[in-house]
Design a protein around this ligand. Sequence first.
Ligand code: FAD
Length: 480
Amino acid sequence: MASQGRTPADDRRSTLVPEAVDDFVDAFGGDVLLPSDEGYEEARRVWNGMIDRRPALIARCSGTADVVETVRFAREHELPLAVRGGGHNVAGTAVCDDGVVVDLSAMNGVFVDPDARRVRAQGGATLGDVDRETQLFGLATALGVVSETGIAGLTLNGGVGHLRRRYGLALDNLVSVELVTADGTVRTASETVNPDLFWAVRGGGGNFGVVTAFEYELHEVGPEVFGLFVWYRGDDASTALRTFRDYAADASRDGSVLPFYATVPELDEFPEDAWGESTVVFLGCYDGAIGDAEAEFEALRTVADPLVDFSGVMEYTELQSMLDEDFPDGLQYYWKASYVRELTDDVVDLVVRYGRESPSPLSTVDIWHLGGAISDVAPDETAFWHRGAPFMVTFEANWEDPETDDANVAWARNGLAELREMPVAAGAYGNFPGFGEDPARTLFGENYARLVDVKREYDPENLFRLNQNVVPDGATGAAR
Ligand code: FAD
């Protein structure tokens, strides 16, 4: 236990019962941070600089027993409870005002069993923590594309990464989880143990408990893969996206490609005359035989004269961390997405138009190629409903100046609203949730009623509600 430099005059502490806090601190193995403690200001920050919440208590857990203590404490004192994995959710649900944060960031151990092809990672691990250990054995599981993201939020809500078309969503690779449910019980969930809970955590987000460990299946990946990273001038955007559409119709599932519309950064790697101009970029990975990658991606690399082409053979871990520096902690962010059944000309035109008109040079409009192994799983096999859509379009508003918050959020919201008016667009992705405005049904589709049943069983009081909430006493799925 440690509670750093707390002063007796801590007014925030007075919102809690002091004796109860003392008892809690005594029983706790990790660090408890109250508002007057050194380190509190940093600990309450999440990746998105737009989020400015002040919890009454941050419980930085050292292990599962601390998680149990914290869940019991929040429940007994009827305090709002937020769960922090990697702290990277754009909606900032990892922190709350005046409540308790179960902070798992110190629980980031990763244990690989290369013979069984399994990895067990604690609930606060990042993608980078997992890739680093599994790649020692030439193995990996399907996660996301930025190494600093937490595995917890990413996996519980889906998880799309460079291996998605070959190995599916991150949650499709889960073998089991250990979680602490609202009653403070430590449970295992797998296909054979608590299968209803296992079904629900695979797509139902943080609704069912605090996951203290994730066990994933591993695959042979790398250590080298072919990374696609080719940039075209904005004038070539429509041609490039239509070429991608043709490629996607017949693509190998060894390849996963993510085109995005962006602005050329002012960096030496790019021709100076293009700085600040529009660009369309193909980012991708080929995880089959490396010799086949050139042929697979040829059409995408010869659309026009590329502005730059960084594609080539690279370490898988290099590809996984290539975008890290583009998303620094503390900038302003608002990301929101919809699935798309078909990349019609209208969709392509919308992507180009919004890409060109973005109020911030850091923002992008992204098209994730899905399908492949993701669509092999039936929509009701796990709680993740939106299996059939071959694409997801994401408006990623990224900007520096808080004075321009409204314009940037409006840009993303308007783009998405226009997209959703098109008959080919539907649904929402829990990992790119904006500020969580969408009704839960938009995410969970026809799985919602079953999620409500599981919620009633494991969290009837809705202790875990700071998420895309499944409401135990109402099957409406309306937004909170
Ligand atoms: P946190 O903010 O810590 O948690 C978010 C929510 O998840 C919490 O409110 C809680 O409800 C739940 N939660 C967190 N930890 C636990 C736990 N241990 N037990 C139970 N519930 C928990 N998504 C993709 O699919 N693919 C990508 O490639 C991708 N890239 C990204 C890149 C960046 C830079 C960022 C910021 C996000 C990216 N995302 C991506 C989205 C990402 O998956 C979500 O933001 C995800 O929620 C992050 O997980 P986290 O653990 O860091 O989140």
